[in-house]
Design a binder for this molecule. Structure first.
Ligand code: UDX
Length: 437
C-alpha cells in the first residue's frame, strides 16, 4: 500500500519505518530540511533500540523516502498518517495548531480518495476538527480516522510490530476496510483490531495512559504507607499483582513517572473534563502524588545530613525518564538535581544515553562523568534515579571505595535491602525499610 506519514518525530519515524518493513511504500514528510536531509542520507535522528536496522534496510531497499514537500506526500499516500506534535498549552490542553494547519494545507492538495489518520494523541473531537479543516478546501471524498499509538519508548518497534491491540476509530466502511488490510500483518498472532467510533478511539488513548499513571501513583502512595506502617512494598506489590484482575505490571513504586506521554496525557484529560464541567477527582490526585513523588528522596537525604546539604557532593546515576531511552522530558532526575543544587549541594551525573540531552538543557549546573564509577569520586552519597540494567549488579567494592560514605539513596529499588546491609551500606529506597548502617 502507498503510505504517507506527516511528521518524522518519534511516533512518525517508528510508524513509517515499521510500515515499510511490512512491504508498504512509505514517504515521510517533515518541514525540517535538516532532518529530512539527514534521514534521506541514512542518518537516524532518534534513539530507539532496534529501529536503526529496520530504518537502514528499508531505506536501502527503496521502501522508505523522506521529503519536505507536503504535496508530494499527500499525492503519494492512499493512507496519510498525521504524527505531529501536540504540546500542552499553558492551561494543559493539547495545542492542535500543527495538526490543523497541515489539515488545512492538505485540503488544497487532495485530488482523490484518501484516508487521513490521526496518530498523535489528540483530545476527543479532533477527528471532527480535522475533517472540517480539510473539507474547507476539498470536495474529494476522504475519511478521517483516529488510530492512537500505544508505543513505549525503548520497545517501540516491538510494540508497533506486535501490538496488544490496534484501535481504529471510524464510522466509514470504506476507511475501515483500508485500515483493516493495512494492519492485518501486525495482528496475525491473534490480538484484536478494535473498530469503534472516532471519539471512543480518541478517549481510549487518554484513558489507557491515565489508568497506567493511576496504577503508578497508587503504588507510590502504598509505598509511603509501607514505610509508615513497617511493611515492605515489594511484598505488597507481589501480593497485589498476583490477582489477575489487577496484573503485575505498572505497580513499581519509585520517584514518579515522567516522559512525553503520561504527564501530558493525564493533564490533558483533566483539562478535557474541566471543559465539559467535570471534575476528574482521581486524576487530579494522580498528578499531585506524582509531583510529590519526584522529590520523595529529598527528605531522606536531608535528614541523613542533618538538614544541611551545603557543600555536600552527590553522584547521580540515571537521567533519562526511564531506561533504554535518551529522553529526559519530565525526567524525575532533573527535579532531584534542582532540589540538590538549590539546597547548596553539587552533583556529578552519569547516564548511558541521556548525557548529551541533559547537557543541552542544564549545561554546567552539574558535572558529567565518563562512566558510572568515575561519577562516584569524592561524592558523599550515590543517588539512583533511573533503573538502567547496568546499574543493577554494580561492583559494590568499587562503589564503597570511591564514595566518602557507603551511602546510597535509591529511587528505583534496584537492590535487595538485606544484601545491602550485609555489604555494609546505609541504603534507603522507596517503600522498604532502610538498610541502616
Ligand atoms: C507510555 C505508555 O506506556 C505508552 O503506551 C504510550 O504510548 C506512551 O506513554 P512511555 O512514556 O514510553 O510509554 O513509558 P512507560 O514505559 O509507560 O513508562 C512511563 C513512566 O512510568 C516512566 O517514567 C517509568 O519510570 C514510570 N513507571 C512505569 C513507574 O514509575 N512504575 C511502573 O511500574 C511503570
Amino acid at each position: 500500500m502507498k503510505i504517507t506519514v506527516v511528521g518524522t518525530g518519534y511516533v512518525g519515524l517508528v510508524t513509517g519505518t515499521c510500515f515499510a518493513e511490512t512491504g508498504n511504500d512509505v514517504i515521510c514528510v517533515d518541514i525540517d530540511v535538516n532532518k529530512v536531509n539527514k534521514l534521506s542520507n541514512g542518518q537516524i535522528t532518534i534513539y530507539e533500540p532496534g529501529l536503526e536496522k529496520l530504518f537502514e534496510r528499508n531505506l536501502k531497499e527503496g521502501r522508505l523516502h523522506f521529503t519536505t514537500s507536503l504535496a508530494e506526500g499527500v499525492n503519494h499516500g492512499e493512507v496519510i498518517f498525521l504524527a505531529l506534535p501536540t504540546p500542552p498549552g499553558e492551561d494543559g490542553s493539547a495545542d492542535l495548531s500543527y495538526i490543523l494547519r497541515v489539515a488545512d494545507d492538505m485540503g488544497k492538495i487532495i485530488t482523490d480518495y484518501k484516508v487521513i489518520v490521526d496518530k498523535s494523541t489528540v483530545p476527543v473531537g479532533t477527528a471532527e476538527l480535522v475533517q472540517t479543516a480539510i473539507a474547507k478546501h476539498c470536495s474529494q471524498p476522504f475519511d478521517v480516522v483516529s488510530n492512537p499509538e500505544f508505543l513505549r519508548e525503548g520497545v517501540a518497534v516491538d510494540d508497533f510490530m506486535k501490538p496488544d491491540r490496534v484501535v481504529i476509530g471510524t464510522r466509514s466502511e470504506r476507511a475501515r476496510k483500508v485500515m483493516g488490510e493495512l494492519f492485518a500483518p501486525f495482528v496475525r498472532q491473534g490480538n484484536p483490531i478494535l473498530f469503534m467510533d472516532e471519539k471512543s478511539a480518541e478517549l481510549t488513548k487518554y484513558a489507557a495512559n491515565s489508568f497506567l499513571a493511576t496504577k503508578i501513583s497508587f503504588m507510590n502512595e502504598i509505598a509511603i504507607l509501607c514505610e509508615k506502617l513497617g511493611a515492605d512494598v515489594d511484598m505488597v506489590r507481589r501480593g497485589v499483582g498476583s490477582d489477575d484482575r489487577i496484573g503485575k505490571r505498572f505497580l513499581f513504586p519509585g520517584i514518579g513517572y515522567g516522559g512525553s506521554c503520561f504527564p501530558k496525557d493525564v493533564q490533558a484529560l483533566v483539562k478535557s473534563s474541566e471543559d465539559v464541567s467535570y471534575d476528574f477527582k482521581i486524576l487530579n490526585a494522580v498528578m499531585d502524588v506524582n509531583e510529590r513523588q519526584k522529590l520523595f528522596l529529598m527528605p531522606k537525604i536531608s535528614a541523613w545530613f542533618k538538614n544541611d546539604l551545603k557543600g555536600k557532593h552527590f553522584a547521580l546515576w540515571g537521567l533519562a525518564f526511564k531506561p533504554n531511552t535518551d529522553d529526559i522530558r519530565e525526567a524525575p532526575a532533573l527535579y532531584m538535581i534542582d532540589a540538590l543544587v538549590e539546597a547548596g549541594a553539587t552533583v556529578t551525573v552519569f547516564d548511558p544515553e541521556a548525557m548529551a540531552n541533559v547537557e543541552r538543557v542544564i549545561g554546567n549546573k552539574v558535572t558529567y562523568a565518563a562512566n558510572q564509577y568515575d561519577c562516584l569520586a569524592d561524592a558523599d552519597a550515590l543517588v539512583i534515579a533511573t533503573e538502567w540494567s547496568v546499574f543493577r549488579t554494580p561492583d559494590f567494592d568499587k562503589i564503597g571505595s570511591s564514595l566518602k560514605n557507603k551511602l546510597i539513596f535509591d529511587g528505583r529499588n534496584l537492590f535487595d535491602v538485606s544484601r545491602m546491609e550485609e555489604l555494609g551500606y546505609h541504603y534507603e529506597s522507596v517503600g522498604r525499610a532502610a538498610a541502616n548502617i
